[in-house]
Structure formats: C-alpha cells, structure tokens
Design a protein around this ligand. Sequence first.
Ligand SMILES: [Zn+2]
Length: 248
Amino acid sequence: MTTVGEQICYSDAYARSVEATVRHVDAGDAPLVVLDRTVFYPGGGGQPADRGLLLRAGDGRTWTVRAARKVDGEIVHELEPGDGDPPAVGDALRVDLDWARRHALMRTHTALHALCGVVWRDYRASVTGGNMEPGSGRMDFEFETMSGDLVDAIEAAVNTELLAARDVRVAVLPREEAFSIPDLIRTKVNLLPEGIEQIRTIEIVGLDLQADGGTHVSNTSEVGRIRVTGYESKGRINKRIRIALEDT
Ligand SMILES: [Zn+2]
C-alpha cells in the first residue's frame, strides 16, 4: 500500500500549478487519473471541485479535467470524455488549475465565513449548511429572529469586517485540542467521524473560527465587498441567506 499523493490545496491555497507524475489511470468514458501530487481541490464542505488542465511535458498534449473528488483519501481527477487516450502511468505532467474560477471560489468561501462570524457574533445564530458557486453562495442558519429587516444590517456588518483586512489563518490541530475550543464546538466539530485525529481549522482573526477543509484567501481585503442577494425563511427556525461578491 503506497501513501496517498501530496494534496497541496490544504497547505497552500495559492498554488495553481505543479509538476506531477501519473500513478494510476482508470480508462473509461470519463477517464480517472491519480497523481503523486496535485493542486486540485476535490470538493467538499459546500465548495465545488476544481477544474483545469493536465499538460504532458513530453509532447505538449493536454487533457481537460472537468471535476475532481476524493476516493479512499486520494484525489482523483476526472477527464473530459472525448479527449482521446488518457495519459499513462509514469507520464510527467503539469497540473494547471482554472485559477480564475478557483480564486473566485476562495473569495466566495471566505465571504461566507465572514457571514457566519457576523451572524454568530451579533445574533448567536449557528450555521447548519451552505453551498457556493464562483462569486455567490448561501448559508443556512438556526436563526429564529431573522427577518428581512435585518438584511441591510448584516450586509453592512459583513462588509465592515471584510474591509478591516483581517488575516485568514489555517491550522491543523490534534482532535482533543480542537474539541476544547468553544467556537469550534458551535460548528459541530463533535460530529466529525471518530477516525479523524487531526482537525484543520480556518480562522478569520478576530471574527470566526471553524473546522473546515476548503480553500480561502489569506486576507479578507482580497474578498472586496459583498451584497446580500436573498433571504428565505425555511420554517420558523431555519433561515437561508444568499450573498454575492460585488466584484467578480
Ligand atoms: Zn471554509
């Protein structure tokens, strides 16, 4: 059993390209490729998987990666059907993200954390779920007192925090240590599976701390301003807030 390939997205969200070697190929209608290292994010936590290209150094041939996902802990790249024969095991490739899309996702993802942080700080409402596309996203809250009247105040408070140029820090903590942090408990870190010994955290310094596997920008100033584009009541308790980046 070999160790899994290097997963650079978790330690360096700004890495958009890397040289890699093919370790495994599943030929098929949409071929699946495993590499010894990659910059692709496999999706999860509401953030869609990356797209991009594989470029073979030897002959300049390229393949479009239309999606990625994690299978048994390994990041698998799914190629566009119809791109011809897939690369072969041992091929040297350059892995290139669709960076414009990924960076928009990093900004959107960070904006959603700012929204969570503000809603928790100002209203003590916790998050139950979320989802995003490049440039827009939504979060669901247990937020009984939410009403349309609060939209403007929430938007203004989120923008104040983003423009405050707060650093965004990534850390990996032992499970026990993570469990002792009250702010993490509210994001239901205790629901993480038993087997996970290391917990990755994302902190918007002074505003928000969450257990999280996604990619984010390193300072909130990189997000710019957001707009609250929608608010829906999903029942007495559950409320959904939609946001969009002002500048995408
Ligand atoms: Zn996140």
